[in-house]
Design a binder for this molecule. Sequence first.
Ligand code: FAD
Length: 106
Amino acid sequence: PPDVEQLGRATWTFLHTTAAYYPERPTPNQRANMLNLLHSLPILYPCSHCASHLGEVMKTNPPDVSGQFALSRWLCERHNEVNERLGKKLFDCSKTDERWKDGPPD
Ligand code: FAD
């Protein structure tokens, strides 16, 4: 079976980076494809308990694909729910662009 920790780090990197570079004004096609990407995770993510948790939290908090800021925030909050469940430190969601897009201020 896949290494759940390594898979998780790689997947969060992909998801947060993709959200960080998602347009602030996405086209309907970009929105639809982002929704498809996110909705595919509970079905395809190769850690079944992770996938089913994600499916549950996505029912309560549907993805907000209206723009980069909202999507990055939505993803940060979902990642924090996983962090909390695993007893990890919560991430400050105001630092999302610094971590995944802009880098630290000079
Ligand atoms: P990760 O949590 O992988 O984080 C990587 C980096 O992201 C961190 O170093 C930090 O810089 C940054 N970061 C941390 N939190 C945030 C945030 N909220 N917003 C933005 N950036 C942040 N593991 C399980 O054991 N059980 C599960 O049920 C489970 N569910 C998962 C569901 C999904 C959808 C994914 C993608 C992963 C899941 N994982 C699960 C894996 C788990 O979340 C971690 O990826 C794994 O434990 C490795 O953790 P880590 O401490 O290296 O950092």
